[in-house]
Design a binder for this molecule. Structure first.
Ligand SMILES: Nc1ncnc2c1ncn2[C@@H]1O[C@H](COP(=O)(O)OP(=O)(O)OP(=O)(O)O)[C@@H](O)[C@H]1O
Ligand SMILES: Cc1cn([C@H]2C[C@H](O)[C@@H](COP(=O)(O)O)O2)c(=O)[nH]c1=O
Length: 674
């Protein structure tokens, strides 16, 4: 008998019910943050900026402390109890606690109830996390986790909008019905928040037959996760840059959330305006994640990453200094968009450029650090703002909220500029030109191939990756179709080049300096371009070279640690800016490629493994930065599979076999035209 697998994870009824419970709880949680911070501000209204800021900061602190102090402990406890019962009791407790907040209506109880609700959350979350694998098959677990993530963050803008509407409704009810004058603007939101937990309890109650224990998840200490994670991922320069950048973007968003309430009050806004500003961050983030990379498709990902963080910093500084609520809301959407772009690009870069062995750890390190960064910034922002107080600079009011936002903006700008500097993969190309071209939907290419009738294809990759094999197979395939093909290689395709190759690869040639090595490869290339490649392209031939400039960027730039912009400039000069139409990167792990080689190792092949790993990584980032000019193929596939993939891509750039002049002539013949 064949067991039918559900098409979508939501087709599994018990998971669907749990997911609905997670969704309403998430909505309730976001409403809770908004309502409690707003209530703290309202309860201390009239007691001055400092008191109000400290009161709001107190709520954030109360939300954060239980997770940091008791997180691992509660996780271990949650594994021992019946999960369904744990979740139902936790939901009912949260319902009761949240309801008491508007009923008691004093600040001290807001803090105590917040602490208690967060302690209860510590049982609910691990019980829920441990239940998901019991309800969905293994192969659907990733889909289930994605849906979980979607409701965790996707409900934030919905909650913000709902909060704004509920605040306005509360205000209207109070002003039109005198009997309701006791109603606080946040009461409706807290009521809905409490009901959300009650609905969740009812949904979870209907989940029968959950295994009582087994497959439990232990929750390691967040601090331990971070310290251990950094030990692994902190060694890699690219990962370091990405993580610092992404956390910078998160911190910028956190600064806005942390002081939003008091800042909105100082701009003359009420609770509804607070909800709008809060929601604007998330709306902007969603828009940035979706549209940003599409709008600026021509810009290298690494540049877009650094640029997004720098602009986020600038926007945050503008938010800090402009005292106009409408402009602040618009700028907040822009800020969220920049943070969203940085986040999605960072995630993509980790997926594309970070080695397999590091990728999982990098993602999990990022998840835990982002959470802590966000919570810390949010919690610290308000008290710092409160302690700074309000100052007058002439007629201009500068208070703690302005200070926090300004400092956050400057920090984000510094982080963004550092990312731009250290991760740049287009050195020598002005950023402004690159950006203008990307805005026009193009890619700025300073060294494009001159208008030549021929086509220039380069094969790149590490030792034994299969370049020679594939360039030969491609040349045969193209010749079979009648093309004039020139198959060549570097170094050593000219008379001088052969002598240079002998020097460069002679294993007895010890102690050749890195700069001399780079210049000798560039000299070979200058001769190669001048004597072989350019003449062939001008004659209309298809030129296939086994290695070109990228080899120097990878071996001399990354392998020998020369400044990549120097290597790039020398080679741009040596080649007169000649760039291949297509570069095929055969990506083969050095541990595989090096073992394919026979005979004695030459001077470069005998470099240690980590040299070859650096070379591979650089090839991969060059390809990732300009996907339209590269084809990256897995070099561990069979020769035939690789050759087919290469042919499919090359077919797209082949010239029309019928020269255009002959079409012009034939097009004028009536019989053919009709
Ligand atoms: N896809 C493949 N799978 C397994 N072996 C392969 C594959 N492609 C090539 N080889 C074999 O690996 C060896 C090296 O291949 P090749 O000379 O094409 O690599 P290369 O990248 O040009 O190496 P080098 O950098 O040393 O010039 C050859 O013996 C070749 O037959
Ligand atoms: C073009 C070029 C090459 N190298 C290195 C890479 C290889 O180890 C050898 C060339 O040998 P192959 O068997 O022909 O692949 O030279 C380099 O370091 N820099 C370059 O620019």
């Amino acid at each position: 008998m064949t067991i039918r697998r559900p098409a979508h994870v939501l087709a599994i009824a018990p998971f669907r019910r749990l997911w609905m419970a997670m969704s309403v709880c998430s909505l309730g949680d976001w409403l809770n943050i908004l309502a409690l911070t707003a209530l703290a501000g309202n309860l201390t209204a009239g007691q001055g900026f400092q008191t109000q800021s400290l009161a709001v900061g107190g709520v954030f602190l109360a939300k954060m402390l239980p997770a940091i102090l008791l997180g691992p402990l509660a996780g271990a406890f949650a594994d021992r109890f019946d999960r369904r019962l744990t979740m139902v009791v936790a939901d009912l407790s949260r319902f009761a606690l949240v309801l008491t907040i508007p009923l008691i209506g004093v600040y001290q109880w807001v803090i105590v109830a917040t602490l208690l609700v967060e302690c209860v959350n510590l049982f609910w979350v691990p019980a829920k996390d441990a239940t998901v694998p019991n309800l969905v098959p293994k192969e659907r677990l990733e889909q289930a986790n994605q849906l979980n993530l979607l409701v965790t963050y996707g409900t934030a803008p919905v909650a913000a909008l709902l909060f704004a509407v509920l605040s306005l409704t509360g205000d209207m009810a109070r002003s039109t019905v005198p009997a309701l004058s006791w109603l606080q603007p946040t009461d409706l939101a807290l009521g809905i928040n409490a009901v959300a937990y009650l609905v969740s309890a009812a949904l979870i109650f209907t989940l029968r037959d959950l295994p009582r224990r087994g497959g439990g998840i232990s929750t390691p200490s967040v601090l331990k996760q971070i310290v251990e994670g950094w030990r692994f991922v902190g060694r890699d320069q690219l990962v370091r840059g990405l993580i610092v950048g992404m956390l910078g973007a998160f911190a910028a968003g956190g600064a806005v959330i942390g002081v939003a309430k008091v800042y909105v009050v100082s701009l003359g806004g009420g609770d509804a305006a607070y909800g709008v500003v809060f929601g604007a961050v998330f709306v902007g983030m969603a828009a940035g994640m979706f549209f940003g990379p599409r709008l600026l498709a021509g810009l290298s990902r690494r540049r877009l990453f650094g640029l997004a963080i720098t602009v986020a910093g600038l926007t945050l500084a503008a938010i800090a200094l402009i005292h106009n609520l409408v402009i602040v809301v618009m700028l907040t959407v822009a800020l969220g968009a920049c943070a969203g772009i940085a986040w999605i690009i960072g995630y993509t870069l980790i997926g594309l450029e970070v080695e397999d062995s590091l990728r999982g750890r990098t993602f999990s390190f990022l998840q835990s650090t982002a959470r802590v960064t966000l919570l810390l910034v949010v919690a610290v922002a308000s008290p710092v703002a409160g302690l700074f107080g309000t100052h007058l600079v002439g007629a201009y009011v500068f208070d703690g909220a302005n200070l926090v936002l300004l400092v956050g903006g400057v920090l984000a700008m510094v982080v963004g500029m550092l990312a731009l500097r250290h991760m740049d993969d287009r050195r020598g190309v002005p950023l402004s030109e690159d950006l203008l071209a990307a805005l026009r939907g193009e890619r700025y290419a300073p060294g494009v191939v001159e208008e030549v009738p021929g086509v220039f294809i380069a094969f790149e990759g590490g030792e034994g990756s299969g370049k020679t094999t594939q360039s030969r197979l491609l040349a045969i395939w193209l010749r079979d179709q009648g093309f004039d093909v020139v198959q060549t290689r570097e170094p050593g395709s000219t008379k001088v080049g052969m002598r240079l190759r002998a020097i460069l690869l002679d294993a007895a040639e010890k102690g050749l300096s890195a700069r001399a090595e780079a210049l000798l490869y560039a000299a070979d290339r200058a001769e190669h371009v001048e004597k072989v490649i350019r003449p062939a392209l001008h004659r209309g031939a298809l030129v296939i070279t086994d290695r070109y400039v990228d080899s120097s960027l990878a071996y001399q730039g990354a392998g020998r640690a020369l400044d990549p912009s120097d290597v790039s400039k020398v080679n741009a000069w040596a080649t007169g800016g000649l760039v291949p139409h297509l570069t095929v990167l055969i990506d083969t792990p050095p541990s595989v490629g090096l073992t394919r080689l026979g005979g004695a190792a030459d001077r470069i092949e005998s470099e240690p493994l980590d040299f070859h790993e650096r070379v591979r990584k650089e090839f991969r980032s060059l390809a990732a930065a300009a996907p339209e000019r590269y084809l990256m193929v897995d070099g561990t596939l069979s020769q035939n599979e690789i050759s087919r993939i290469v042919q499919d891509r090359v077919r797209e750039i082949l010239p029309d076999p019928v020269p255009s002049e002959s079409e012009d002539i034939t097009g004028t013949m009536p019989a053919i035209r009709d």
